[in-house]
Design a protein around this ligand. Structure first.
Ligand SMILES: Nc1ncnc2c1ncn2[C@@H]1O[C@H](COP(=O)(O)OP(=O)(O)OP(=O)(O)O)[C@@H](O)[C@H]1O
Ligand code: SF4
Length: 275
């Protein structure tokens, strides 16, 4: 959906941001931050400039996943300067994790304070020129989602990437997430099924640890694209724990082809979605 002239407000710090992608999931722990991180890295390897806004205020895990824990945000005339993850400054990151004195500290703020911070994250971060801003949201459809959408939507059309695991309970939660997208006018880029089987490193046999196919079925039922299944991959876990660049360092790993293909489908799908 291309914005009609005058439909969107003056974007301020979002002026240089071309596309915004919200990463959503119905349930916690299904790999939302993992997919946000790897999508950003994969897009970077395609030559794109990417920002990540981590609005998962109670569990900001992306600084650790990108090896940026302990780095500090600075102030400039336009607000906060995000943390640059790499030397080329092609991935920038803003997270509540950078504002806490102790990274293990829990954020126990009430709704209004969280919503105020989200608004500030949207208006006061000097993103500069970005091809994509990937927004990692908390699980479910909470007040934080509404605050994020209300803060971003006046400036840009928003795309949603919906993450599920194969189990029926997760798929049920994601069905509610897709309803949320429909009701709030979010354009769904597609559904990703994560933790979808385990590929044996010895014989490449894929064992469906939980089950398989729930994400694809759900996408078909909802009439939205299915972007792919990412297997459980111990090298992916290790690379996230150690803050390494999986897309650069583990090209032979079982999750690599799926993650690359999902990033490519996002790249291919975005122009049609917003044209
Ligand atoms: N495909 C995968 N293979 C191996 N490990 C994975 C995979 N996906 C996610 N993980 C691991 O599972 C854990 C949970 O993932 P992640 O933090 O991305 O979930 P989340 O949905 O963002 O969680 P939260 O609800 O806390 O925000 C992490 O330790 C991550 O490293
Ligand atoms: S899939 Fe085959 S090689 Fe892998 S652990 Fe099982 S039996 Fe061994």
């Amino acid at each position: 959906m291309e914005a009609a002239a005058g439909e969107y407000g003056e974007p301020g710090n979002l002026a240089g941001v071309r596309h915004i992608i919200l990463v959503l999931s119905g349930k916690g722990g299904v790999g939302k931050s993992t997919i946000s991180t790897e999508l950003a890295l994969a897009l970077r390897h395609q030559g794109k400039k990417v920002g990540i806004l981590d609005v998962d205020l109670c569990g900001p895990s992306i600084p650790r996943m990108l090896g940026s824990q302990g780095k500090a945000v600075h102030q400039c005339d336009q607000g906060w300067v995000p943390v640059f993850v790499d030397q080329e400054q092609s991935i920038s990151l803003m997270s509540v994790g950078f504002l806490l004195e102790n990274p293990d500290e829990a954020v126990v703020w009430k709704g209004p304070k969280k919503n105020a911070l989200i608004k500030q994250f949207v208006s006061d971060v000097a993103w500069g020129q970005l091809d994509f801003l990937v927004v990692d949201t908390p699980p479910g459809t909470s007040d934080e989602h509404m605050a994020t959408m209300e803060a971003l939507r006046p400036y840009r059309p928003l795309g949603a990437l919906v993450i599920t695991t194969p189990q029926a309970v997760s798929v049920g939660d994601v069905r509610r997430e897709l309803t949320f997208c429909r009701k709030t006018g979010l354009q769904v880029i597609g559904v990703v099924e994560n933790m979808s089987g385990f590929v044996c490193p010895h014989c490449a046999e894929c064992t469906n640890v939980f089950s398989r196919g729930g994400g694809e079925e759900l996408a078909q039922l909802a009439g939205v694209p299915f972007l792919g299944s990412v297997p459980l991959d111990p090298e992916l876990t290790r690379s996230l724990e150690e803050g390494r660049d999986f897309m650069q360092e583990f090209p032979k790993s079982s999750a690599f082809p799926a993650l690359t293909s999902i990033a490519q489908k996002v790249l291919n799908g975005i122009p049609a979605l917003f044209s």
